[in-house]
Design a protein around this ligand. Structure first.
Ligand code: R5P
Length: 295
């Protein structure tokens, strides 16, 4: 059965890479907004009888979700056999608990909604903190690719005496895996989040920083405050020349420029969200995961 890759706007580069790895056809999907903001979509490629894979990374998700659901639903109407979602960055993974009475459990609501539209999904390093697996909330087969080996190879090739630093306990899973894969030491700091843009980071000891190249590692760089505050504390402790590595570079509110201004020598991200800092290419891993999910 033939495979059709469909790119939602902004995902063309990843879709092209996937098509090259899989020798698959790319669908032409016309997708635009009417003057009043409503969406117009039209498949200009035959969909009937095909396995359709929709590629849509989900940073800034709210504006992407309706076109995504329209694309999936239309593919089904037009006779697609199965419809998979490739979302290199999976949104709404962080509100996994009711921290205050009355809060929406958006990770669960979102997972139920996506599960109702697609037959399977592939993502990259989802933010699993209090949940142990995507299957805790997703009702469809959901595969997660890990970037740790790719980040580890990059560090091994590009950084002398790396000391990997994770800003908080949540980052241990990513930082520890990368450190083990490249034989580097790592430190996990303590973070107290006081608000969306207010974090406090504490550094255990400065002795660990001597004669090393600090590499800050986190899964998500959103406002950048976590990394910027970590940089600030490391600078106070006498370190300089940092590399900041994030799997998913969301870079909200000018975070990339702010990070460079704060002293990051280089910022390195994976191409789960298209950005000039993309260095780590995860397309091969994603294409292999798709291959395993196709029946
Ligand atoms: C925390 O849940 C994540 O692992 C990141 O540390 C967090 O999303 C970073 O956010 P920001 O860049 O806004 O500080």
């Amino acid at each position: 059965m033939s495979l059709l890759l469909v790119s939602l706007p902004g995902n063309e580069a990843m879709t092209k890479r996937l098509a090259e790895h899989m020798d698959a056809e790319i669908s032409i999907l016309e997708c635009r907004s009417f003057p009043d903001g409503e969406s117009y979509l039209r498949y200009r490629t035959e969909v009937e009888g095909k396995q359709v894979v929709i590629v849509c990374t989900l940073d800034r998700p709210n504006e992407k979700l309706l076109p995504l659901v329209f694309a999936a639903s239309t593919a089904r109407d037009l006779g697609a056999v199965r419809i998979g979602l490739v979302t290199p960055y999976l949104a709404y993974m962080r509100q996994d608990r009711r921290f205050q009475p009355g809060e929406a459990l958006t990770s669960e609501i979102f997972a139920r909604w996506i599960s109702s539209q697609f037959d399977w999904l592939v993502t990259v390093d989802p933010h699993l903190h209090r949940r142990s697996a995507l299957s805790d909330i997703y009702e469809i087969p959901a595969s997660k690719e890990e970037t740790a080996p790719l980040f580890a190879s990059w560090i091994a090739e590009n950084v002398n005496h790396p000391l990997l630093i994770g800003p908080d306990e949540e980052s241990e899973q990513w930082v520890g895996a990368i450190a083990r894969a490249c034989g580097a030491s790592h430190l996990i700091l303590e973070k107290t989040r006081k608000g969306d843009r207010d974090v406090v980071i504490s550094i255990p000891t400065i002795a660990d920083l001597e004669n090393t190249s600090p590499v800050l590692v986190d899964d998500i760089i959103s406002t950048g405050h976590t990394m910027i505050e970590t940089l600030r504390q490391l600078q106070l402790a006498g370190a300089h020349k940092f590399i900041c590595m994030g799997v998913h570079g969301i870079f909200a509110e000018g975070a990339y420029e702010k990070l460079l201004q704060a002293g990051a020598g280089r910022v390195v991200t994976a191409n789960t969200i298209t950005h000039e800092s993309n260095v780590i290419d995860v397309s091969k891993e994603i294409s292999e995961a798709i291959g395993e999910l196709l029946v």
